[in-house]
Design a binder for this molecule. Structure first.
Ligand code: ATP
Ligand code: MG
Length: 323
């Protein structure tokens, strides 16, 4: 894949406007949404400063998309308030929309149009036209690495190409805030890294980014702060590093289920917190040498790694043996 030019779109993103004050780019208070008597979003408070790269993590059905949709004015708010760039939803929805970019969870590209026509149509919603738009579309096609597919119909694109085009489309109005709902789901590793690079560039220009993802390493790699939400509530919110330090032991030793059964013949004598994941077991410990010595004396194969955000996620949204 050819990397885009370093200064693609640098001239007219909203970065200058973002720097105008210290108020949060996004301010959510007491946000609620109820579907059929069940709270999909159950009282979320969140302030995202301008220029932050923020991640919203949580299991399927946790309420991430519903939260983002309320932020965009696409789903009516049942209770609470949302302000974006200082303006309230839904009263100033139109003004907000003009300064926002969106990558929805499911692609909403128009299948009857080509790649280029999709960008042109979307630009027309913002009243963009003329030579500046022509230049911008060239930049965006380059950024999405779709220059050679400009006349291709959407249904002839691969899933990854559609995701890239959707990101390009989201940037057409030079947004100050970009909301991305699982932008990398279904992308191959190369395409994912390509997209990460684009997102980092936006971050460097002062654009505020809000991302949901099920890839914990992606959130750890990109986000300044993440919130973990479960059943419509924020259960933890901090930098990935701080969450790891606060919620999990620093080391994780993994072993096969068969080895684990031999190791924990007597569960009452567990030497550390353990978690069963599919066919393997994870042992969380601050003293990996002691655990490894026990495993080695029992002749059990194992491997050790540093704890990461996925361990925090499992701890906070799942269950381990002792809980
Ligand atoms: N339009 C709707 N009508 C009824 N229930 C809905 C609607 N949209 C969402 N829900 C419910 O609200 C809850 C939260 O859904 P939401 O799509 O926000 O989850 P999510 O965190 O984005 O999950 P995923 O990771 O699977 O995308 C779920 O229980 C879902 O079934
Ligand atoms: Mg979702």
């Amino acid at each position: 894949m050819t990397p885009p030019t370093a200064n693609a779109l640098a001239d007219d993103t909203g970065a200058a406007a973002v720097a105008e004050g210290t108020r949060p780019a996004i301010d959510i208070q007491g946000l609620r949404k109820v579907y059929n008597g069940t709270s999909a979003v159950d009282g979320i408070d969140l302030a995202i400063p301008s220029g932050e790269f923020f991640g919203l993590l949580g299991p399927n059905g946790a309420g991430k998309t519903t939260t983002l949709r309320m932020l965009l004015g696409l789903t009516p708010i049942d209770a609470g308030s949302v302000r974006v760039l200082g303006m309230p939803i839904p009263e100033q929805e139109r003004e907000i929309r003009a300064r926002l970019g969106v990558v929805p969870q499911f692609d909403t590209l128009d299948p009857d149009f080509t790649v280029e026509e999709n960008l042109l149509t979307y630009a027309s919603y913002f009243g963009l036209s003329g030579p500046a738009l022509t230049r911008r579309i060239e930049e965006l096609l380059e950024l999405a690495n779709l220059e050679t597919r400009r006349r291709a119909r959407i249904d002839t694109l691969s899933g990854g190409m559609k995701r890239r085009l959707t990101l390009a489309r989201a940037l057409i109005n030079g947004p100050e805030v970009v909301i991305l709902d699982e932008p990398t789901t279904g992308l191959d590793p190369q395409a994912r890294h390509h997209l990460w690079r684009q997102l980092r560039r936006l971050r460097e220009r002062g654009v505020t980014l809000v991302l949901t993802t099920h890839y914990m390493e992606e959130a750890e790699e990109l986000c300044d702060r993440v919130a973990i939400i479960d059943a419509g509530r924020i259960i933890a919110c901090d930098s990935p590093r701080a969450l790891i330090a606060e919620h999990v032991e620093p080391w994780v030793i993994s072993l096969s289920a068969a080895s684990a059964r031999r190791f924990i013949a007597d569960p009452a004598t567990l030497p550390a917190r353990m978690l069963e994941i599919a066919d393997s077991w994870l042992i969380y410990t601050a003293d990996p040498a002691a655990v490894r010595a026990e495993l080695e004396s029992a002749g059990l194969a194992h491997s050790t790694r540093a704890a990461n955000l996925e361990d925090v996620f499992l701890r906070l949204t799942g269950h381990d043996l002792r809980e």
